[in-house]
Design a protein around this ligand. Structure first.
Ligand code: PBG
Length: 333
């Protein structure tokens, strides 16, 4: 300890009173930074609980509109749509680019009913494939990159035609961001933004999500390690981001969140552009499970994680707790 610093310097002076703690707080969070991932199903007035994600439900479009209205009134920035496709799964995922499919219908309905919330759609084939992988497979079970990317472009165009704000390619195929940008521009959708899942790791924390969209059963024991990043790698994540920047991504994303704050901080530092982070289903499930046991305080821990994401450099945070957090920030319980 430097005896020169102490006792003249006492770090605790500024921490003594609430006003001075608040004055020097370095990081802020607002509802506008939050993106709420939601699961959509066919039908009317339908809701389904998801066992591994307490408090999260799959909902039909009519109910989604009511929930989106509430999220918008709380100032939540955007909604990210994830379809649960109950039939029509095939090896070639043709339903992914059906202009009248569940996602385009949800986008049109939301845009008409709740125009002030941003809409993000996932561009990936896993909800639509009979094998649960994010692409078209060859005879050996390997996902064929370029054939898959061609389908992703069609899928993105379907979403753009429906009026989506952001398409979010989430499958880690090579060259997808550039191909989608070209496809969108070629069709005149120059304003449709791309938020790229650039640093998406092959993570076991996606487990509850795969239950939620019903791809877990289709996937079986197979993994996504031939396309998603190895969680031991950091330089490779930076390279992926650099490529997506060059290919025209408007925003980058790091996923999962909490175990990957080092990647998030590096990406923000390296590219000086907006980066989102995804607090994924498994992270959410851990908070919920521990708080259900009385071991953690869900509210306090959720808010802490969100501030920590902002501190590490995130502009936007995808979290299943978006509406909870927005309510608490407004002083509601
Ligand atoms: C798939 C996709 C996944 C998530 C979002 N999009 C799962 C996966 O890659 O298997 C995970 C989200 C979460 O766990 O909350 N395109």
């Amino acid at each position: 300890m430097s005896t020169k610093a102490y006792p003249s310097i006492r770090m605790r002076r500024l921490r003594r009173d609430a006003f001075s703690r608040n004055m020097v707080r370095e990081t802020s969070l607002s509802a506008a930074n939050l993106i709420w991932p939601v699961f959509v199903i066919e039908g009317e007035r339908r809701t389904q609980a998801i066992a591994s994600m307490p408090g999260v439900e799959r909902v039909s479009i009519d109910i989604l509109i009511e929930r989106a209205r509430e999220a918008a009134s709380l100032g939540v920035g955007a909604i990210a749509l994830f379809p649960v496709i109950e039939s029509a799964k095939t090896p070639f995922a043709g339903e992914a680019y059906n202009d009248n499919g569940l996602v385009p219908r949800a986008v049109r309905a939301l845009k008409a009913a709740v125009p002030d919330i941003g809409i993000i759609t996932d561009v990936a084939l896993d909800p639509y494939t009979s094998h649960g992988q994010d692409g078209i497979m060859d005879d050996t079970g390997y996902l064929i990159n370029d054939e898959t990317v061609a389908v992703l472009v069609k899928q993105a165009l379907t979403h753009a035609k429906a009026g989506v704000d952001f398409v979010a390619p989430s499958d880690m195929m090579d060259g997808r961001v550039g191909a989608i940008r070209q496809g969108l521009d070629g069709a005149g959708f120059i304003h449709t933004k791309i938020i790229a899942y650039s640093a998406k790791f092959a993570s076991a924390f996606y487990g509850p999500f795969r239950d939620a969209v019903g791809s877990a059963g289709n996937l079986g024991k197979s993994s996504k390690e031939t396309y998603q990043l190895d969680f031991a790698n950091s330089d490779e994540a930076i390279r992926e981001c650099a490529l997506d920047v060059e290919e025209g991504a408007d925003m980058l994303m790091v996923k999962p969140g909490l175990p990957y704050l080092d990647i998030l901080a590096r990406v923000r530092d390296e590219f000086k552009m907006p980066v989102a982070v995804y607090q994924v289903s498994g992270e959410f499930a851990m908070l919920k499970a521990a708080s259900a046991n009385g071991w953690l305080d869900y509210k306090k821990c959720l808010m802490e994680t969100l501030i920590c994401f902002r501190r590490a450099g995130a502009s936007a945070i995808l979290t299943y707790g978006a509406v909870d957090a927005a309510r608490w920030m407004k002083g509601e319980s």
